[in-house]
Design a protein. Structure first.
Length: 200
């Protein structure tokens, strides 16, 4: 790996460069090889600069993963019906998170020991948009008359993505369209009281 040429960067530009370097180091070498020196060399900066922002590599790793999720946000599908919207959303999760899921389940084992935390706790720190995206999808379904306008428990709202993420973490493989269909059709849609609007 060739170190990047040092540039005079400050503020957000420098922070983004460090986070990208940390993410790439995580992906390529795993958490065990995530050192401030390695990230500084890759980002073309110095260790003191990194330490001023993140006092240890665990916080840097979380920040790098959060930044990665921010720059690759989920799309909000609008197919015209709830069933296909949720399927598209889960397919997007598979496309964006396959590598992240492997990273969290395997390559971060040392991170969990070091921080005395769990994948669930890490999830709350780096994943924040999925439930809001699902809420938008559900709001559209209410307006179309596909589900009743009543409160849905947060655990049910997040169930499709949670189950999909668990599937990928357990198998270390991208979830198939068959698995996605089972999650949506057999579990999620019945729980939210989905009814397909009559054809016009």
């Amino acid at each position: 790996m060739i170190a990047r040429k040092t540039e005079r960067r400050r503020g957000e530009a420098l922070e983004a460069a460090i986070l990208v370097a940390a993410w790439e180091t995580l992906i390529e070498q795993g958490y065990g090889n995530l050192t401030m020196e390695a990230v500084a060399r890759r980002a073309g900066t110095s260790r003191p600069v990194i330490y001023r922002r993140w006092p240890n590599r665990a916080e840097l790793a979380v920040a790098a993963m959060r930044h990665q999720m921010k720059v690759t946000p989920p799309t909000i599908p609008d197919t015209g019906n709830l069933r296909d919207d949720v399927v598209r959303l889960l397919q997007d999760v598979v496309a964006r998170r396959t590598r992240m899921g492997t990273l969290i389940s395997v390559e971060l084992s040392e991170f969990f020991r070091e921080t005395n935390s769990s994948p669930a706790e890490l999830k709350t720190q780096i994943v924040s948009r999925d439930q809001r995206v699902m809420e938008v999808v559900l709001d559209r379904a209410i307006k179309r008359g596909e589900i009743d306008d009543q409160p849905i428990k947060p655990r049910i709202v997040s169930l499709p993505v949670d189950m999909l993420r668990n599937e990928m973490m357990m198998t270390l493989k991208p979830a198939s369209d068959t698995v996605i269909a089972e999650i949506v059709d057999d579990l999620f849609l019945p729980l939210v009281g989905y009814r397909r609007p009559p054809a016009k």
